[in-house]
Design a protein around this ligand. Structure first.
Ligand SMILES: Nc1ncnc2c1ncn2[C@@H]1O[C@H](COP(=O)(O)OP(=O)(O)OP(=O)(O)O)[C@@H](O)[C@H]1O
Length: 249
């Protein structure tokens, strides 16, 4: 079983500068890997490349051992992707959205139905399951997007700020679910701006800066540096205008 392997990845939007510059990184089965970086560092771009929504200019993306560019549909079956903004059918209900995703992923209806019901109950959406999602709040749409990503039981989860908009109950549910999935051997790649989420959840932290992974830290190393917030302050310091005081100097 393999997770996510990125090698020599470069990407630019249109004629802009390289957002990712020969980036290499591996997220392993059984771990939650957090990706940290300032706004605009390239996290969403990176996650969209992994999901096959963008194509790298150079380099390779493999999900569950499958090359995403060469075999996108096979890679997609192994991947659950929560984008930065929920991508749903607005004029379908939560239940109908889940049914559509089940068809897309080839989950038989007999299996999809109880899974969808369990997910909608766990996220607190069951009562509203038959209403169009265009009438949902941001947090409710986020819950549906998470349910859609989990429905086909993928071994790799790529989650772009998945906690955004979630109420406390759903946030605690998601946190426990991600830890349990990682313990069961799944590979989880996550971005989120709140340091406490990272401190509670991630096994390793990849720091993205100027298109590359400049630090890859395990929990012990993050703790030694004073937690995720402190690690982030150092990256921000490297940006220049917000420079933080270097106490070791
Ligand atoms: N569609 C686009 N066209 C042109 N440039 C883009 C596009 N999307 C993103 N960019 C640029 O690519 C860079 C990386 O953006 P990206 O959204 O990947 O960053 P991010 O790390 O996810 O930021 P945030 O923390 O704010 O979500 C930024 O400079 C951004 O302006």
């Amino acid at each position: 079983m393999s997770g996510v392997e990125l090698s020599g990845l470069s990407f630019r939007h249109g004629r802009g500068p390289d957002v990712l510059d020969q980036l290499s990184l591996e997220a392993r089965p059984g771990e939650v890997l957090g990706v940290l970086g300032v706004n605009g560092a390239g996290k969403t771009t990176l996650f969209r490349l992994i999901a096959g929504l963008l194509k790298p200019r150079v380099g390779q993306v493999r999900v569950g051992g499958v090359d995403v560019v060469a075999n996108r549909s096979e890679a997609s079956r192994r991947l659950g992707f929560v984008p930065d903004e929920p991508l749903l059918y607005p004029r379908l209900s939560a239940l109908e959205n889940l049914n559509q995703f089940a068809v897309l992923w080839g989950v038989p209806a007999a299996e999809a139905r109880p899974r969808a019901e369990a997910l909608l109950r766990e996220t607190g959406l069951w009562e509203e399951r038959n209403a169009w999602v265009e009438g949902y709040s941001r947090g409710m749409r986020q819950k549906v997007a998470i349910c859609c990503a989990l429905l086909h039981r993928p071994s790799v989860l790529v989650l772009d700020e998945p906690f955004n908009g979630l109420d406390m109950g759903a946030a605690l549910w998601l946190r426990e679910l991600l830890r349990a999935r990682a313990s069961a051997g799944d590979c989880i790649l996550l971005s989120q701006h709140q340091p406490e989420v990272f401190d509670a959840l991630v096994d390793r932290l990849a720091v993205l800066h100027q298109g590359r992974v400049v630090e890859l830290l395990d929990r012990a190393e993050v703790a030694r540096r004073g937690g995720t917030g402190e690690v982030f302050q150092r990256v921000r310091g490297a940006e220049g205008p917000h420079a933080v005081r270097d106490e070791s100097a």
